[in-house]
Design a protein around this ligand. Structure first.
Ligand SMILES: *[C@@H]1O[C@H](CO)[C@@H](O)[C@H](O)[C@H]1NC(C)=O
Ligand SMILES: *[C@@H]1O[C@H](CO)[C@@H](O)[C@H](O)[C@H]1NC(C)=O
Ligand SMILES: *[C@@H]1O[C@H](CO)[C@@H](O)[C@H](O)[C@H]1NC(C)=O
Ligand SMILES: *[C@@H]1O[C@H](CO)[C@@H](O)[C@H](O)[C@H]1NC(C)=O
Ligand SMILES: *[C@@H]1O[C@H](CO)[C@@H](O)[C@H](O)[C@H]1NC(C)=O
Ligand SMILES: *[C@@H]1O[C@H](CO)[C@@H](O)[C@H](O)[C@H]1NC(C)=O
Length: 490
């Protein structure tokens, strides 16, 4: 439903949102100069298939997966990968309730080479996707002008272009073009997180980023809280007590000669702590030992993770003693050397439950620490995929932002059609299929439409809440649809 021109203008602000967590380069920024340079670039041939479609593109937010690194004979695999991702993000929680506002499409272009490039070298593919090195981190594009031409050629059918790179492992990028892979463990998780940035226009909630803004971020605890209406205890606005004594985006390959370790200081004044890290290239528990001050944290990989990247949390009751501590990653299996990698590590310390509520579902002010250890606040501890990329849900502040952003550019009325009889007409109102018009009910969602009809500017009270108006004589008719919705806690 976005006009192609407006679409080209919108992402300027967004281009600066990208996951430092995942990338080494600043992604392509959409400037006036690049827009002019891209004029006249031909779109590649595109074979379009619907994946999950709820209504006309003129009144929906449309997401399109474009293929990169899929050979002509991998066409079926591309459509399957795209369908799996569309289903994964649109079923259940996150985008489930707003599914009637969105369309998902797949657009296939065959590539001359299969897969994504490594070592900064793109392969011969439509958008030229590549990794900087071999590590599982950002995936970049060499041909934004082709991606832009592909999306523009679809006009209002392409609001959010997604470049899907044919590689089974972790990787992605946010910004003008969302880049993902069909990694079974990570593809849908990254897609949801990046769509949070691009659709809701929220910043990060994880520590160690640099962009904290939008409806899930607050930077001064003395000022009114943006999510005041979601606070569990609105009469007691407070900052939950925690500190981050260490964060390290290591991105270092492990070897069996020297373990990788990091030393940090604790104040010794907290009651609990968390060791948070991510690793890749380590499929077995016997491949790696993670210890804190010589105490084995009994790391076990996510089942079936293979060589892919994954995030791990080790919560520990009891405070750290004041003074120096060392977190160590020891590679035990030399055969893993070419791929085994420590991606990042972090320590968080928390007060006891009276000082820091860790119970899921609690809304308050939780401190988030940027790459420079600047503190902002987020609504929940771990209830949002903008923080915990391994989980599938947005917090309520983000979910509310999602509805508001999507509805900003969608009319609840798809169409009003007139059918004529002798001297009067019947008006049929087609509403966006929410509430009683949903094709599948959403458990716990209390939703209702209110419809008001007007003739020559005056309310036709007898027709309230009707989608069909009979016997309309001469005059100017209008209808207004309003949706009310509320989600109960499950
Ligand atoms: C979306 O809606 C906002 C607010 O009504 C408006 O300012 C903006 O131009 C719209 N964007 C598009 C692309 O239609
Ligand atoms: C949706 O949730 C149900 C139950 O919670 C689960 O069995 C199913 O696998 C989920 N579907 C998707 C697509 O995640
Ligand atoms: C935070 O807000 C308070 C109250 O409005 C104000 O006095 C203070 O200067 C603000 N602090 C910063 C760092 O902006
Ligand atoms: C961040 O700042 C806090 C104090 O505000 C300090 O206790 C903590 O050690 C710092 N963390 C890092 C990683 O520098
Ligand atoms: C092995 O890993 C350690 C810790 O990261 C590093 O200091 C060292 O340079 C590595 N050795 C080789 C030969 O790569
Ligand atoms: C119309 O529907 C809304 C929402 O369900 C409801 O609140 C309202 O009472 C209804 N009005 C009439 C006249 O039925």
């Amino acid at each position: 439903m976005l006009l192609p021109l407006a679409l080209a203008l919108l992402p300027i602000a967004r281009a600066h949102i990208h996951d430092l967590f995942d990338t080494t380069q600043v992604p392509f920024t959409w400037s006036d100069a690049s827009r002019a340079d891209f004029d006249g670039v031909p779109a590649p041939p595109l074979e379009i298939k619907p994946l999950v479609v709820s209504g006309p593109s003129s009144n929906r937010v449309d997401l399109v997966f474009f293929s990169d690194g899929y050979l002509a004979e991998e066409r079926e695999k591309f459509f399957q990968d795209a369908m799996r991702l569309a289903n994964d993000v649109s079923r259940n929680q996150t985008f489930h309730t707003v599914k009637p506002l969105m369309n998902f499409w797949a657009a296939f272009t065959p590539s001359k080479e299969s897969g994504v490039g490594v070592g900064g070298e793109p392969k011969d593919t439509p958008f030229g996707l590549y990794r900087d090195g071999t590590e599982l981190r950002g995936v970049y594009y060499a041909k934004p002008e082709v991606a832009e031409a592909a999306c523009s050629s679809l006009e209002n059918q392409c609001d959010y272009p997604i470049l899907l790179g044919n590689d089974p492992l972790y990787g992605g990028l946010g910004g003008r073009f969302t880049v993902i892979t069909p990694s079974p463990a990570n593809g849908a998780l990254i897609l949801r997180h990046e769509l949070g940035h691009s659709i809701i226009e929220v910043g990060e909630e994880y520590d160690g980023g640099f962009a904290y803004f939008g409806p899930n971020a607050h930077d001064n605890a003395s000022e009114p809280v943006p999510w005041q209406h979601w606070l569990t205890d609105p009469s007691n606005v407070r900052v939950e007590r925690s500190v981050m004594p260490m964060q390290d985006y290591a991105w270092t390959l492990l070897n069996t000669t020297i373990p990788w370790s990091v030393t940090f200081e604790s104040s010794g004044t907290f009651s609990r702590h968390l060791v948070r890290f991510s690793v890749s290239g380590l499929p077995k528990a016997t491949d790696l030992k993670v210890d804190l001050d010589g105490i084995d944290l009994d790391w076990v990989p996510r089942p079936n993770i293979g060589l892919d990247r994954w995030h791990y949390d080790v919560y520990r009751e009891g405070g750290l003693d004041g003074g120096s501590h060392t977190l160590t990653f020891t590679l035990l299996n030399g055969a893993r050397e070419p791929a085994a990698q420590i991606c990042n590590a972090e320590i968080l310390e928390f007060g006891d439950e009276s000082e820091f509520v860790s119970t899921p579902g609690h809304y308050s002010l939780y401190p988030t620490y940027s790459i420079n250890n600047v503190t902002t606040f987020r609504p929940t501890n771990e209830a949002c995929l903008m923080r915990l990329v391994t989980t599938p849900n947005f917090c309520k502040a983000c979910l509310e932002g999602l509805w508001l952003k999507l509805l900003r550019n969608i009319s609840l009325i798809d169409s009003i059609e007139e059918s004529c009889a002798d001297d009067s007409s019947t008006l049929n109102l087609a509403l966006v299929p929410l509430a009683q018009f949903r094709t599948a009910a959403v458990v716990g969602l209390d939703e209702s439409y209110a419809v008001t009809w007007y003739k020559d500017g005056l309310v036709l009270s007898g027709w309230t809440n009707k989608t069909r108006l009979d016997g309309a004589g001469p005059g100017t008719y209008a209808a207004r649809g309003q949706i009310h919705n509320q989600r109960s806690e499950s």
